[in-house]
Write a protein that binds this ligand. Structure first.
Ligand SMILES: CC(=O)SCCNC(=O)CCNC(=O)[C@H](O)C(C)(C)COP(=O)(O)OP(=O)(O)OC[C@H]1O[C@@H](n2cnc3c(N)ncnc32)[C@H](O)[C@@H]1OP(=O)(O)O
Length: 394
């Protein structure tokens, strides 16, 4: 059943904007927000006055003075002055949290057109400050000093995984190499270098251990960037065809690590099941997916949580070539967080934008051959806040 049959309305992505990701010293949080919001409004072919609500996903990991979304009114258009605007935060899934809030406004009938923005400015703050801010989102680590930030938490997951299922060091290296290779074709990506499998599998001066067993190439970088989407209940005058939201899912897990099976990512799995069930499709109906590879171990476990393989078998998806660009379910053709970058509040919105580009045949060098349906998955904390969207070409 489509969303229209379930809720009486379509949710369409009718326009989008995306900044370059990376160390953007010349940009401010505000300038990034203005850039992508202006682009999204323009590509949707709407007037700012048509926007009924604005949601901004931002985690504030760079500990900036908070971006008050209404300040958009000053720089994008006077017409946005009295539009309800809300900042949404759910750790590294803040972007998808904003996307789903916008979706629910459309489905509730309180809005016909919503501007969703994700933005983050991190690189000015330094790795330690960013790590401390991110750890504020973790129940077990909040307030504690850590020199390895979230890498240490996912390194623990990798250790649990290896204890249970055996070494995956080389598999993680291959996931990193795949996503770095894909990132070369993405003009928005932060790291556009084909580092190769050997480099990513090997600990070296240029690829040191950050938190054992995770090497630098097993981590997403610290990034600045923004992305925006116009969501509408009916098509607009935009240049490209819209993309339809077919289903969405959200599930949160317990915060304390002791309450969770460390390698199961149970709530991540639940969010996949909810989104696919709402869309009325199985994984085999997807042509590609953009998933939250904040660390390579997260992508490996994602293969299992999404149901591509049984638990402990995720390596098969890499070893048998399923998730490469020419495989049966290409994953992170954009380069993923790993190469595209991970400005945390922007990531979920960016994933929807690159998926929409693919589904409208406008992904340039990243383009797959005529994909019709895709999934986007965004995660906050160690599998705590989980969001999945299923998107379709119209
Ligand atoms: C649920 C979640 O999403 S949690 C995820 C939240 N995000 C994070 O925790 C961010 C994790 N990443 C990091 O902390 C950092 O990127 C680190 C520690 C991996 C690397 O930082 P640093 O060691 O300070 O690297 P630095 O910025 O000095 O760059 C050194 C070199 O490595 C490269 N580099 C930096 N980060 C990465 C990376 N993640 N992958 C590959 N190469 C990288 C740089 O391009 C640079 O290359 P060059 O010498 O050829 O120019």
């Amino acid at each position: 059943m489509s969303l229209k049959e379930q809720f009486g309305k379509d949710v369409l992505l009718t326009g989008w904007g995306h900044s370059r990701f990376g160390k953007l010293t010349e940009e401010t949080l505000e300038s990034l927000i203005v850039q992508v919001a202006t682009e999204a409004i323009s590509t949707a072919g709407i007037e700012p006055a048509q926007i009924d609500e604005i949601y901004l996903g931002q985690f504030n990991s760079g500990m900036m003075p908070l971006a008050f979304p209404s300040s958009l009114a000053l720089q994008v258009s006077d017409q946005l002055a009295n539009v309800p605007a809300t900042r949404v935060e759910n750790a590294c899934a803040s972007g998808s949290a904003a996307f789903q809030q916008g979706t629910k406004s459309l489905l509730a009938g309180t809005a016909k057109t919503v501007l969703v923005i994700g933005a983050e400015k991190m690189t000015h703050a330094g790795a330690e400050a960013v790590g401390a801010a991110l750890l504020g989102a973790d129940y077990d680590m909040a307030g504690q000093a850590s020199t390895t930030g979230f890498t240490g938490l996912f390194a623990d997951i990798a250790k649990h995984y290896e204890k249970r299922y055996g070494s995956v060091s080389d598999v993680l290296g291959t996931i990193a190499a795949k996503n770095h290779r894909n990132g070369v074709d993405n003009p928005y990506a932060q790291l556009r270098k084909d580092l190769g499998e050997e480099f990513c599998r090997t600990v070296s001066d240029r690829n040191p251990i950050v938190a054992d067993p995770l090497r630098r190439t097993d981590c997403s970088p610290v990034s600045d960037g923004a992305a925006a989407i116009i969501l509408s209940t009916s098509p607009t005058r935009g240049a490209t065809a819209p993309v339809r939201l077919a289903g969405f899912g959200h599930a949160n897990d317990f915060f304390p690590a002791a309450r969770r099976d460390p390698t199961a990512f149970a709530a991540t799995r639940a969010s996949w099941q909810r989104a696919l069930a709402m869309a009325g499709v199985g994984l085999e109906a997807l042509d590609f997916a953009e998933v939250h590879d904040c660390f390579t171990i997260a992508e490996l476990i994602m293969y299992e949580a999404m149901g591509l393989t049984d638990p402990g078998q995720g390596a098969r998806a890499i070893q048998e070539g399923w998730v490469f660009k020419d495989g049966k379910l290409p994953i992170n053709v954009s380069g993923g967080l790993k190469a595209k970058g991970h400005p945390v509040g922007a990531t979920g919105v960016s994933q929807h934008v690159v998926a929409a580009m693919q589904l409208t045949g406008t992904a340039g060098d990243m383009q797959l051959n005529g994909p019709r349906r895709a999934a986007v998955q965004n995660m906050g904390g160690v599998g705590i806040a989980n969001y999945v969207s299923v998107l379709e070409a119209v």
